[in-house]
Each structure stands twice: as C-alpha cells, then as structure tokens.
Design a protein around this ligand. Sequence first.
Ligand code: FES
Length: 574
Amino acid sequence: MSNRKLRSEAWFARQDKMGFYYRSWLKNRGFPQDQFEGRPVIGICNTWSELTPCNSHFRTIAEHVRWGVLDAGGFPLEFPVLSLGETMMRPTAMLFRNLASMDVEEAIRANPLDGVVLLMGCDKTTPSLLMGAASVDIPTIGVSGGPMLRGIHCGTPIGSGTNTISMSEQLRSGQITLDEFHEAEADMHRSHGHCMTMGTASTMACMVEALGVGLPGNAAIPAVDARRNLIAREAGRRIVEMVRQDIVLSTILTRDAFENAIRVNAGIGGSTNAVVHLIAIARRVGIKLDLDDWDRLGRDLSCLVNLMPSGKYLMEDFFEAGGLPVVIRELAEQGLLHRDAMTANGHTLWENNATAQCWKRDVIHAYDSPFKEDAGIAVLRGNLAPDGAIIKPSAASPHLLTHTGPAVVFESIEDLHSRINDDALDIDENSVMVLKYCGPKGYPGMAEVGNMPLPPKLLKCGITDVVRISDARMSGTAYGTVVLHTAPEAAAGGPLALVQNGDLITLDVPARKLHLAVDDAELARRRAAWQPPASHGERGYVKLYVDHVLQANDGVDFDFLVGRSGASVPRDNH
Ligand code: FES
C-alpha cells in the first residue's frame, strides 16, 4: 500500500464533528471503522433499472465488482445514477445523455470516493457515465453489461434492431403476418444483455475496451456468460490497485486512445453514434476531437467484422471468434494503432492484445482480406452541411454512394409519418428523402429517426434503399444509404431547412461531398423567408437542453459541460 493520501481521508480521517458524521452513518450500516478507514473507497456506479431492460442484470454484476474490491482490500459502495433505457424513453434517450452525465459527475465528486467502477450497457448509459467520470477524473474503470445471446426465429439468427427494421418493412409490404411479427418479439430478445448486433451499445462497449478504460475482452462477453462476472470481479480488484497507483481517468483517455478508438470503430463497422459520443467524452478531458479526426483516421480503413447491421453475425459469434482483441491485434499489426496507449490494467494496448487469436475467420476477417473495404465513417461537407454530416458506407448500398436525385422533403417527423404510407407520394428509387428539424434542438434530442422508413410503394417494387438525409441520428443497428448529423441542423438555421421538393442533391461519398444544386441567390431568398420552428423548450430541463446543446459536430454536449472541474470539493456539508 502506498503512502499516498486517499481522497476519502478528507471525510473519514477527520477527528471532529464532521468526521463523526461521516463515520457514524457508515457504522449504522454495520461497517466497522477498519473497513473504510485508510482503505480505497470504491464507488460502483450502477445504471440498473427496470426501465432499462438491457441493464437488468446489473445488480448481479455489481455484486461481483463488490467482491473484487473486497478481495483487493478496498471498500465498495454502490450507488445509482439516472439510467437511460433506449427502448422506453421518449422522445429519445439521447435527450437525457447530458443530464445523466451531470448526475454521474456530481455524484462522484460529492462523495468520499477514491475510485469508481462504471457499470454500463444500454446505448446512452456508456457515454453518459464516461462523460461524467471524465469531468471528475479520479481512477475509473468501465465494466460493460455484455450483449444478449443471439436471437433465433424459425431457426434463423435475428438481431436487435436490424431485424426489427427489416421485419417491420416486411409487415408493411405484406410479406409477413402480424402473428409472425409478434412471435419474433420474444424470439429476438431472449436473455439479459444489450442489443447483440454491432449497434450503439456493442460499439460503445468496444470503445470502452479500445480506449483502455475497460479490461481486455470487456466488450463481447455475453451478459449471461459466467466470464462476464469474472471480468467484473477482476475490475473490482483492479480499481483498488489503480487508486493505489493514482492512475486517474485522464491518464488513459489520451488523444492516442481516442485515435485508437476511431480506428477500431472502423474495424468493427461501428455505430455512427460513436462520433458524437467520443467527441463529447474527449472534450470533457480537454482533447479537441473533431470530425476531421474521424475522416482522417477512419478514411480508407476496412471493416473486419461481419456483424449486423453491416454483415450477418451477432455479438455472441464475435465473442466466440475472439472478440475485440483480435480486431485490435489486426489493426495494430498494420501500424494503425498507438500500441503504447496505456490501459486500465496497467499494460499497454499492444501488451494486452498482441497474442489474440481468431477462431472464426468468417466473423472476424484478417486485415489483408477484410470483410468490407473503405468502411470507416465518412465525413461529408458541402453547401448542405457546412459543418459536416456523416454516413456509414459499410451499411449503405454501394450503388448509391455516388448519386444525384431530386429531394422529397418532409418538414417534420409528423409530416413523414403522415405521408410515408401514401401511395400518392411522388417518389421513386432516384429520389433523395430529406427530413428536417430532427437535430439536437429540433426534435429535441437528436432522435434516431434518420433511417426513415421507405414508402410501401417502393418496398412493393423490391426497392430496399434510397438516399436519405437528415440532421437526426440513426440507431447503430440500422442500415441504408443514410446521411446523418447534418450540421448546422435545420432548427439552428442550417441549410437543410432551405431544401425544397425537387431540388437536386448530390451525394458523393468517395469525394466526401454533399451538395444542394441551388444557387446562392435563391438560397439567400429562401433564408430571408425562413421562419424558425416553435421552440420545444419552454421550461425545465428541456429548456436548459435547447438553450445550451451544441451541434452534432461538437458532440451534442452542453456548452457549459465541456471540460472538467476535477475532484476537489473545498467546503464541508455542515
Ligand atoms: Fe438497450 Fe439496444 S435497447 S442496447
């Protein structure tokens, strides 16, 4: 044990009135003084909630972390934070990511914690916990909840979200019955865990591992596999050592670590949501990650992982094939990763993954025979997206990656819903669907509606993709030639607000271009006539959100949350 002063000593080592308070209220729970005095106090930050089904097993994981902390001589204290359930929360869980990050930040800072273990699973629980912890910057380790087992329907694997979308389209076009649709609901999600496609939850779990905040192998172990509990216990043991070694989060969350994460995201065919989340997390520790980093580092990279929505397998297959360590090894061997990036277990990224073996090459391809080439998230610019937009080429239709077509404009999500099933809608396979006012301020919360459903009249003709453009996000489980995160958003007066039906739009992914073929004079005329939409934020948290949220290219954080305040709390509470 080092002689370094513990942060918690500012609470428990006090020999005065305040020390009485702090110690007495732990003793009333049956903890003898020698259990917390002089021991690293470890917070177990738990996002368990019945409203977050993906995190429903987190009480069990927390117990394994607790035993690990005790094994190593620490003192564990579990605490709840706002849990964001992707399936339940309206209008979108993303609206509350920043709120949850504030909860996490202040809960850690305000309490006598020397280190913290973050339990993360469903999409927004991972970035919100990392953002909050980053702004405090004490020793931190991440434990992901793990993906569900693969879905099985009529003998065929089905994946979260990806097959929800495809089966929804099949139902709308009359290819399956409502009974079949209902049956698939139970078949798809049949165990604890988060979505088992390479959606946002799986992607962010991979980011936790690639950043070095999680232990090697953290991302892919299924939620119900006993090894998930083992890694939780190891994390509990390790965080105590991290406190003793004073390894704070910012020593792991370096620029090198974020650059590694961007490249790993390309290698796994990861979610577009990782863009806003990584930018937001990086800026909490003072690293100005931006869209140019995503394009510079992800450009030309290949996708190695054959998982839905880009491919056909699921996270259980990924785990059985060797998981993220194989991807990291493949990329690092090509010189694409910073091998010396330090990780939570005290070893470098390369030391952790140098001997990783692949057991199923159809699931994780070698770098010299990739699953898909040029698969990194592409950053588009042009007069329709002066501050950028993104597309995930690996999930798009190759024939649409260079395309010019007339706009079919939906002025709001309600407009889309009211007209999309109308056979009179003037649309064909060359059209470019444009959806406005679904960005951070506009929805509000930048909902996952960018992968607009296709009109039944196209589906019935066998057309399964058209170019779609919006200022929204899209589920990491979704697919299609979908341009997202257009910035500035329409509600902030971005050019997207000015698009009219019939305008020609050119998408050129190889050239990274998104162009609206309307001359500047006409755009100026439309801008002069433009009326901003009515605000959704009249009071409370939504007003705070709308007033302070940053645009997609800046990570959709609040302007006043960028950066960190550190861990010190100078004043007593009584
Ligand atoms: Fe929780 Fe997909 S709904 S990860």
